[in-house]
Structures are given as C-alpha cells and as structure tokens.
Design a binder for this molecule. Sequence first.
Ligand code: ZN
Length: 126
Amino acid sequence: MSNDEKRYDGSETDIKFVKRCCDIDPYDDDPNVLRAELSCGHVTAPQTLTDYCRIQLEQGKPELICPKCKQQWSYIEVRKLAKLTPEEHQNFEENLAKNAARKMVDIKNVSILPSHLLSSHVLKVG
Ligand SMILES: [Zn+2]
C-alpha cells in the first residue's frame, strides 16, 4: 500500500514547503520528500499528518493538537496540509463533531458539581 502514500508534488498553493525531516514521525526522514511547515512551525508530510490526526480522532479528541508543542491545528489547515480525500473530509468532520459533542456533555456533567460547591462556598465567605 506504500504506493498509495500521499505526497506533495510542489504544485499545492498556500503551503510552506520545507526540506526538513518530519517532526511528527521520526522515521519519516527521506530527504527527497517534500514536506510542509505547519502553523506551529513543525514539519510533516501529508500521509503522516493524515495518520496522526485519524488516530487522535479515533481516541476521541475533539481537537487536532501538535504532538510536539501541543498547539492546536485548525481543521482547515489539516485538511489542506494532509491533502484529505473527500472520504477523509467526511470522516474527519464527523469525528470532530462527534468528539466535540461528547466533550460538551462531559463539561456539562462536571460543571454541575463544582458550580454547586462554588455557590455554597461563596455564601460562606460572603
Ligand atoms: Zn508543533
């Protein structure tokens, strides 16, 4: 399946190409492969970025975060730099929405207790 691996061909617009080894996958160090610089300054190839982000989403992450510096990547950026296929667009968007919804439910459930405790605390102090 390695023939199916995504590559930049250099014709992509709005991508900052660099000739550095991949920061996300240390084994991705072929010097002849075009890589792109992410908004956070780290370097990736499209296949690495696709695989990494898919794993994040499968783990239930509502955001796509750089493993190196923990900066959040926008979905628009990932879609462009990972050269997502239409199927991957759909898959990523569904998972992002699903994970974000799940996170909101978590926050809601958690916030019931602290706000209750907080108000009784405020009453005591006041
Ligand atoms: Zn980074």
